[in-house]
Design a protein around this ligand. Sequence first.
Ligand code: NAI
Length: 389
Amino acid sequence: MINGESKIARLRWGMIGGGRTGQVGYKHRTGALRDGTYQLVCGAFDLDVERGREFGVNIGVASDRCYADYKELIAKETARPDGVEVVSIATPNFTHFEITKAFLEAGLHVICEKPLFFTVAECEEVRKIAEAKGLIVGVTYGFTGHPLVEQMAMMVKKGMLGDIRIVDLQYTHGFNAGDDTNASEAQKWRTNPKTSGPTFVLGDIGTHLYYLSEVVLPHLKIDKLLCDRKAFIPTREPLEDHATVLMHYDNGARGHLWVSSVDAGNMRSHRYRFVGSKASLEWTDSFPNQLSYEVQGEPVKILHHGMPYLEDETNAIDRMGALHTEGLGDSWANIYLWIAQAIDAKKRGDEAFLKTHRYPGIEAGTEGVRWLENCVRSADAGAVWVDFK
Ligand code: NAI
């Protein structure tokens, strides 16, 4: 069980974006600041410089360390003996590559939002820089720190489901069911290929589904996929506000995934069902403290977080204990802790630890972008089957 005791040196941490109006910034701070593993020392929080400075001061950052932009932050912080060591990038997608590269080149670790970049080639370029510099790139797939996600992975690993046959993934909501006439800033950049990248909902929410399925089923690889995407609001073309993806895995399993931001009225967030030859698991982010374990021919079992019947690995990352609700902030805290542990191991040169340590890093970010590239290749050829590459 995690109780906030930190066994690694506190990291000096900064943020790019995630300011007063940013949607995701507080999730980063909730995760990073939970265990005292990170200390927020600086930031370039906002495109609006004065608003960003005022915001930074209000959350406890010294005014002279709230910078106008990431370039000033790099210049000033790398000149300080107590300068920042790691930054989180919580800005729109089109800025991720440029900002990540600049920080790595300046010798700083990076934690970046998903979808990581626009292309696999960019991911590979960044991976080389990070390797050459001995730096970590973390990616905030924030839902995969829930203990019951670990439980699903352990149950699959122990063969409790039998052979995996069906992978059923859904992340849909209706927040973009209307047109974009009065779109927020966050909606405007998401529906423009110049700022969002080659996808809208596939990258925005589909990458969460894909990464979580990789965590639970690390032994399964996609052989081929078919993606059908559509913009129900035509001004969003060539991007999609809705997509369906069929996947064939290398063990013969079949996967289907749908993502949508026009699923009017749906407030159920995301849902995962993994079906094996003996049993199935179903978990949803709406009720993250419960996992449905369904053995063919037996009554359904609902497993609860924090209980002694769960795997040791599951309870090792529990924070609140049974009966007490855990939520997204706890999941993000685990993600940030795992990334801090990776940074600490990198600093100590402990490559053996890094080989077995689970955290969403550059590989996870790259695989998400690779999946998107394959989806777009299929969809734009008319929703045809393509070999996954
Ligand atoms: P947003 O549009 O709500 O906020 C962006 C923030 O970044 C604003 O504060 C803006 O002023 C600032 N900003 C933009 N460009 C900047 C720059 N060059 N330098 C400094 N600040 C800059 O966007 P939102 O929804 O917060 O998304 C940001 C990123 O987070 C996206 O990549 C998105 O895909 C990802 N995201 C991830 C989530 C997750 O669960 N991991 C959830 C929501 C978003």
